[in-house]
Write a protein that binds this ligand. Structure first.
Ligand SMILES: Cc1cc2nc3c(=O)[nH]c(=O)nc-3n(C[C@H](O)[C@H](O)[C@H](O)COP(=O)(O)OP(=O)(O)OC[C@H]3O[C@@H](n4cnc5c(N)ncnc54)[C@H](O)[C@@H]3O)c2cc1C
Ligand SMILES: NC(=O)c1ccc[n+]([C@@H]2O[C@H](COP(=O)([O-])OP(=O)(O)OC[C@H]3O[C@@H](n4cnc5c(N)ncnc54)[C@H](OP(=O)(O)O)[C@@H]3O)[C@@H](O)[C@H]2O)c1
Length: 442
């Protein structure tokens, strides 16, 4: 996809596979709209990837009275740059990654910033890697040095996966990291906030935050933190809600597969949001979701997961890209089995033990991957043919016949050479140069 994001007022994009296609070609049809001119148009394609992103649209909390507030109110995903915050009284609701980056960033210019925290997050010191000029030179000029460094970064991030299990080992590891986080909190934040900022749930159940000078910024006299379980907004301020995040896939666009089945109808049919190998859905032919259901990692880069999905999709699509096939489609049963397997595995992880986060909704986790990214790397390198239906353009029987013929001809050639070698003796074949040593003699 190569268009700009939709604004909230723009009509949804519709992806539409027409069973008999325009002129019976069975392709995807995209209903698009140019957001500048308003012009609507169609685009057709054979293969469709969606790279819509998960965290693009704002998820407004349902806080009573929000619409009555007389000042400026906006969501961090839609920052209003026209508002000058200098010297203003600002309130921030939330304590996740975003809030902990906004507080230290605006604190120096506002009159006062009041942060309202419902659930504190575990905050860890950020990893600091400093790159010298020599490092930069080496990564640019020494073959494989950059790749090796990337591997080391990947491995060190992957190491955090040990925290998500429910075994005694994982518990012990969490306890150690927890101790470190507590010491870090006590060392950086003012004492009056120590108790308030200490989470009462296990570390890593919600996303851990890597501190970006947030804790230090709490020492400023114009920064105040309030812990409020329920918040109400009045025209002039905040009184002190709840609500669980529900992350929608394909927010702002409608994707219709074969026979017009929508993604929501599809997910209702399998029991919840999910996709085979995090990317493919039955009835959605030649269609792949990047950063799809259960591809979020919680401990390492989302880009790694996206790269593996692309690799996997290209492997599955190989027959289509080479022109032997027109469509690939994951089998209904394979997808269902995969999705329920993932959910069963996720029930053995920390994420599903009760803390609220945008990963889970009513006990169904449509966000995180239950195994390490090494596991996903491996799964993305192997295409299980039994899980896929491939519609061939070339008759597979005639392809097999062609391959058999080629093999037969190659066999005749090899046989003829072999016969010749036996007759002449191996010694002459393996002789090194004119007077060289013989490798072996028969
Ligand atoms: C503030 C923030 C910080 C983050 N930091 C990290 C991090 O440090 N490490 C990490 O691994 N992950 C991080 N993430 C998660 C992040 O979502 C992914 O790392 C990464 O951006 C995902 O890439 P993407 O290409 O799938 O989606 P995006 O980068 O979100 O891109 C999606 C694109 O699709 C476009 N789009 C959406 N809907 C439509 C539509 N209907 N029509 C046309 N275009 C559309 C959007 O405009 C956007 O350009 C962060 C997320 C946020 C919000
Ligand atoms: N790497 C980075 O630099 C970076 C930076 C920003 C974002 N991100 C990514 O973006 C994701 C989202 O982060 P985020 O901080 O924007 O969102 P988030 O982690 O979902 O945090 C939302 C915060 O708002 C609070 N909240 C929601 N509704 C509320 C209500 N009605 N009343 C009071 N409080 C309410 C939540 O409290 P509860 O916890 O009690 O629900 C939580 O503290 C992260 O998990 C991360 O993947 C990454």
């Amino acid at each position: 996809m190569a268009s700009k994001t939709s604004s909230r007022s723009s009509p949804p994009l519709r992806y539409n596979e027409i069973p008999n296609g325009i002129q019976g070609r069975g392709r995807w049809r995209l209903s698009l709209q140019d957001l500048k001119t308003g012009d609507a148009y169609f685009h057709e394609c054979k293969i469709l990837f969606t790279a819509q992103g998960l965290l693009v649209e704002q998820n407004y909390p349902k806080i009573p009275g929000l619409e009555t507030f007389k000042g400026h109110v906006y969501h961090s995903a839609c920052w209003d740059h026209s508002v000058d915050l200098k010297g203003k009284k600002v309130a921030i609701i939330g304590s996740g990654w975003t809030a902990t980056q906004i507080v230290p960033a605006i604190a120096p210019e506002v009159e006062v910033v009041k942060q309202f925290i419902r659930t504190p997050h575990w905050i860890l010191p950020p990893p600091v890697i400093e790159y010298s000029d020599f490092d930069r030179w080496m990564y640019k000029n020494v073959p494989l040095a950059y790749r090796f460094h990337r591997l080391l970064v990947f491995a060190s991030m992957e190491w955090n996966f040990r925290l998500f299990g429910l075994s005694r080992y994982s518990q012990g590891q969490r306890d150690r990291v927890r101790e470190g986080a507590i010491q870090y909190l006590y060392g950086k934040a003012p004492e009056k906030y120590h108790e308030l900022l200490l989470p009462d749930y296990q570390i890593a159940c919600k996303q851990r935050i890597l501190d970006s000078r947030y804790l230090t910024s709490l020492n400023r006299p114009n920064v105040q933190v309030h812990k409020e379980k329920a918040i109400e907004i009045t025209p002039r301020g905040i009184k002190g809600s709840s609500g669980i995040h529900d992350v929608d896939f394909f927010k702002g666009m409608e994707v219709l597969g074969r026979n017009g089945v929508s993604a929501d109808q599809h997910w209702d049919g399998i029991g919840g949001i999910g996709a085979y190998n995090t990317t493919a859905m039955h009835n959605f032919l030649n269609f792949f979701i990047l950063l799809g259901p259960n591809s979020v990692t919680g401990h390492t880069s989302a880009i790694v997961a996206i790269e593996n999905t692309v690799d996997y999709a290209l492997r599955v699509l190989k027959p289509v890209l080479r022109g032997y096939a027109s469509r690939v489609e994951v089998k209904e049963r394979s997808e269902k089995e995969y999705v329920h397997w993932i959910q069963a595995e996720l029930r053995q992880t920390l994420w599903n033990t009760g803390c609220t986060s945008w990963y889970t909704s009513n006990g169904w986790n449509s966000m995180t991957y239950p195994w390490s990214q090494l596991h996903y790397y491996y799964r993305s390198r192997v295409v299980k043919a039994k899980d896929w239906d491939v519609t061939c353009t070339t008759n597979p029987l005639s392809l097999m016949k062609l391959h058999a013929l080629i093999l037969f001809l190659v066999g005749i050639c090899v046989g003829a050479i072999w016969k010749d070698m036996l007759e002449q003796g191996f010694s002459s074949v393996w002789e090194l140069g004119g007077g060289g040593r013989r490798l072996w003699d028969i």
